[in-house]
Design a protein around this ligand. Structure first.
Ligand SMILES: NC(=O)c1ccc[n+]([C@@H]2O[C@H](COP(=O)([O-])OP(=O)(O)OC[C@H]3O[C@@H](n4cnc5c(N)ncnc54)[C@H](O)[C@@H]3O)[C@@H](O)[C@H]2O)c1
Length: 258
């Protein structure tokens, strides 16, 4: 699908990988973007920096059905269509199965991660796909593209990442059935499993943890550049034959247990 003039919903678009993708899609590809994020201050700034003609921000909690429906309605009212949906909003929860003194982790902590990282992705994908179905097919076949953001943690989760890893693996699981089903209406579904990129989510990690992670980078021996993530999103949108796939974008890095 050509990106110019298309409307791209980006959840988590106020920060990190989502923000870099919004900037890349507007400034280098001529798209219009709708940023769905909880963070009002960062979201308003991101949209205003990109310019009102090309960007809008709607405060959204991806885990809430009504909130996402309102945001999708706002995009349809403003831009008239949704062609691409990039699901980047997530919580990077970290906690052990057994906490201090061997006490079991409360189920609510696990549920908090799955509510945003799994339910939120499905929620936004489904509501955007409903709108994509109304698009005129491009080149007779494509009405939309969904990109769900997984993580290398889906494959090699570290100690403390049970909830996060399980939620990111769920995205890989959703990929193929969604691609097979939505293919009937000309919508492709793919996932990206990033390695380590320097965003606020990663910068917030404990210094010791961050230093150990940096040591584990492989080839190239550095963290990912957020523009490399944005470029991968553009590649998926532009290549009509990539479908039901998860791309590991990690410079061949495989993290240790801790
Ligand atoms: N940064 C990395 O190295 C890395 C590695 C692997 C995977 N990822 C994944 O990439 C995606 C983006 O990560 P990032 O590093 O840019 O994170 P980030 O923390 O910079 O951005 C995440 C954004 O999601 C928003 N958000 C959180 N909960 C939300 C909710 N319920 N509704 C709407 N918005 C919500 C936050 O406000 C924030 O703006 C995430 O899915 C993350 O799991 C990141």
């Amino acid at each position: 699908m050509r990106i110019e003039n298309k409307v791209i919903v980006i959840t988590g678009g106020a920060s990190g990988l989502g923000l870099a993708t919004a900037q890349f899609m507007v400034n280098e590809k001529g798209a219009r973007v709708a940023i769905f994020d909880l963070n009002v201050e960062a979201g308003v700034k991101a949209a205003s920096d990109l310019g009102a003609e090309h960007a809008m921000f709607v405060q959204t909690d991806v885990s809430q059905e009504e909130s996402v429906q309102k945001s999708v309605d706002a995009v349809m009212a403003r831009f008239g269509a949704i062609h691409v949906c990039i699901n980047g909003a997530a919580l990077a929860t970290g906690f052990k199965v057994l906490g201090k003194e061997g006490k079991a982790a409360p189920l609510s902590r696990f549920a908090q991660a799955t509510a945003v990282n799994i339910n939120g992705v499905f929620n936004v994908m489904a509501k955007c796909a409903e709108q994509m179905a109304k698009n005129e097919p491009e080149a007779g076949e494509e009405r939309g593209v969904v990109i769900n953001v997984s993580s290398g943690a889906a494959y090699e989760g570290q100690i403390g990442q049970c909830a996060y890893s399980a939620s990111k693996a769920a995205i890989i699981g959703m990929n193929m059935p969604a691609a097979r089903e939505l293919g009937a209406i000309g919508v492709r579904v793919n996932a990206i499993a990033p390695g380590l990129f320097l965003t606020s989510m990663v910068a917030a990690l404990d210094n010791k943890v961050l230093a150990s992670l940096k040591e584990q980078m492989q080839a190239p021996m550095r963290l990912g550049d957020v523009r490399e993530f944005a470029h991968c999103c553009a590649f998926i949108v532009e290549n009509a034959y990539i479908n039901g796939e998860t791309i590991r974008l990690d410079g061949a890095a495989r993290l240790r247990a801790k």
